[in-house]
Design a protein around this ligand. Structure first.
Ligand code: IFM
Length: 447
C-alpha cells in the first residue's frame, strides 16, 4: 500500500535586491547590481533597487500580508553584501535583519525558506575576479557558514543558488545581467556548481539535519520545423543538462567541450557536486521554442547571445504570451515535474517560482487590480502541479513569484509579477485579485 502524500503547500517568493531597498542601511556593502544599474543603458527604465519595495523597513507589514493569505512559507534571499559587505568581514547588523525575518516568519506560522545567492555578489569580490575566479566558491562557503551559524537553529530547508544559469549566461555571456561580462559563462557555471557543493558541506557541518537544495530555471526545449538541430541540442544542454547531469550524474554533457578542461574542472569537483542535493527547486515560467533567427530592430540582443557556441537561432513563443513575451503553457510545468521525478525518483521537488507579468490595466470597483489573466495563469499552473503529483512526482511546495511588484532586473519596474501592487508614490501594498485567489487555494489545501 502506498502512503498518501502530504498536501501540496503554498507560499510566495521574493529576492533581496528586488524588494529590500535600504541599500545604504545597516552597513550593507555595494553589490554588482548596484554597480550595473548605475551604468547607462543597462536597465530599461534607468531604475535600480535602491528603494524597491522598501521591504527592509516594511518587513512586519509584508509578513502580516503573507500570513493573512493562509500561506505555509515565505521564500526570500539573503543579501551577501549585507552579511559580509566586503565579501569577507561579518557585519552583525546584516544578520540581525535576517534574524528578525526568520523570527517574524516563525511567529506567524510561516516556514522561512532562505536562498543564499540570488545574484547580488559583493562588488568587492567582483573586483577580486568574481565568479570566473575559483576562489569565489570558497568565499561563498565561508559566507554560508556565517549565515548558517546564526540562523541554523531555526531554519532547516536551505537553497544555495537561485538560477545559476542566469548568473553564468546572462551575467557572463550575453552581458544583459550584472556584472555585464562576456566570454566567461562556462567557468562561472562550474564555479557556481562547485560553490553550491561547498556551501552544502558548510550547511551540513553547521546545521544538523539541514536539507539542502538548489533552484534551477529548467524548461522544455522544443525545436520548430525550421530549427537547426544543433541549436536545439545546445540550448537544451546549456539550459537543462549542464546542471542536471552534474548534480545527478556527476558529469557534464559531451556537447559542452569548455567543461572538459581539467584546469577548470579539477579532480574531485564533480564528485562533490554529484549527490549534493536533498531536494531540487524548479522555477518554471515558459517553454522554449527554438527556430530560425529573429532580427531585432537594432540588431543587438539576439536570442542566441546567451548560448555560446550555438548557431544563430530565435525563440518563437506561441500565443498567449505575457508582457515578458513568454508563452503560457502549464502543461510544460506538469511534464517537467514528471520528467524530473522519473530521472531522480527519490529527490523531493519544489516549484520554487512560477508567475506571470501582465500590464494590470483592469481595475475592480474598489480600485484594486483585477488581474484575471494572472489569476488564470496561477490556477492553470497549480492544476498542472497537482496533475504532476497525481502522476507520481513528489512535489512538496508551490511558491508563487512574486509577493510584490518589484525590480525586475534589466526590465526595471516595467514588468509586474506581483500578487500585490505597490502604489508608486506611497509604496502602499494593495492586494490584487490573484492574491485573493492564492489565499483561496491555500485555505482549501489546508482543510
Ligand atoms: O524576477 C525573476 C527572479 O528574480 C528569478 N526568476 C525569474 C523571475 C522573473 O523573471
Amino acid at each position: 500500500m502506498t502512503a498518501t502524500p502530504p498536501p501540496l503547500r503554498f507560499g510566495v517568493a521574493t529576492s533581496a535586491y528586488q524588494v529590500e531597498g535600504a541599500v545604504d542601511v545597516g552597513g550593507r556593502g555595494r553589490s554588482i547590481w548596484d554597480t550595473f544599474c548605475a551604468l547607462p543603458g543597462t536597465v530599461l527604465d534607468g531604475s535600480d533597487g535602491s528603494v524597491a519595495c522598501d521591504h527592509y523597513h516594511r518587513l512586519d507589514e509584508d509578513l502580516d500580508l503573507i500570513a493573512s493569505a493562509a500561506l505555509s512559507s515565505y521564500r526570500f534571499s539573503i543579501a551577501w553584501p549585507r552579511v559580509q559587505p566586503d565579501g569577507r568581514t561579518l557585519e552583525p547588523r546584516g544578520l540581525d535583519f535576517y534574524d528578525r525575518l526568520v523570527d517574524g516568519c516563525l511567529a506567524r506560522g510561516l516556514q522561512p525558506f532562505p536562498t543564499l545567492y540570488h545574484w547580488d555578489l559583493p562588488q568587492a569580490l567582483q573586483d577580486e575576479g568574481g565568479w570566473p575566479a575559483r576562489e569565489t566558491a570558497h568565499r561563498f562557503a565561508d559566507y554560508t557558514t556565517a549565515v548558517a551559524e546564526r540562523l541554523g537553529d531555526r531554519v532547516s530547508t536551505w537553497t544555495t543558488h537561485n538560477e545559476p544559469w542566469c548568473t553564468a549566461f546572462l551575467g557572463h555571456a550575453s552581458a544583459t545581467f550584472a556584472p555585464g561580462l562576456r566570454g566567461a559563462a562556462f567557468p562561472v557555471a562550474h564555479h557556481t556548481l562547485l560553490s553550491h557543493a561547498l556551501s552544502a558541506q558548510a550547511l551540513r557541518a553547521a546545521v544538523p539535519g539541514a536539507e539542502v537544495g538548489i533552484v534551477l530555471n529548467l524548461t522544455l526545449v522544443h525545436g520548430e520545423p525550421d530549427a537547426d538541430p544543433r541549436a536545439v541540442d545546445l540550448v537544451d544542454a546549456v539550459q537543462n543538462r549542464l546542471w542536471l547531469d552534474a548534480l545527478l550524474d556527476g558529469r557534464y554533457p559531451d556537447v559542452l567541450p569548455e567543461l572538459a578542461d581539467p584546469a577548470l574542472v579539477q579532480p574531485g569537483d564533480l564528485e562533490l557536486v554529484h549527490g549534493s542535493l536533498d531536494w531540487l527547486g524548479l522555477n518554471y515560467y515558459t517553454p522554449f521554442r527554438v527556430g530560425s533567427p529573429v532580427t531585432t530592430a537594432d540588431g543587438v540582443g539576439q536570442d542566441s547571445d546567451a548560448f555560446p557556441g550555438a548557431p544563430d537561432f530565435g525563440f518563437h513563443p506561441r500565443p498567449p504570451v505575457t508582457t515578458m513575451g513568454w508563452e503560457v503553457d502549464p502543461s510544460g510545468l506538469e511534464d517537467l515535474l514528471v520528467q524530473l521525478s522519473r530521472r531522480a525518483p527519490s529527490l523531493p521537488l519544489r516549484v520554487t517560482e512560477n508567475g506571470s507579468a501582465y500590464a494590470d490595466e483592469q481595475r475592480a470597483e474598489d480600485g484594486s487590480v483585477d488581474d484575471a489573466d494572472r489569476e488564470a495563469y496561477l490556477l492553470g499552473h497549480v492544476a498542472a502541479t497537482l496533475r504532476a503529483r497525481d502522476r507520481g512526482a513528489d512535489v512538496r511546495d508551490y511558491l508563487a513569484w512574486s509577493l510584490l511588484d518589484n525590480f525586475e532586473w534589466a526590465q526595471g519596474y516595467t514588468q509586474k509579477f506581483g500578487l500585490v501592487e505597490i502604489e508608486p508614490e506611497t509604496l502602499r501594498r494593495i492586494p490584487k485579485r490573484s492574491f485573493r485567489a492564492l489565499a483561496g487555494i491555500a485555505r482549501a489545501a489546508a482543510q
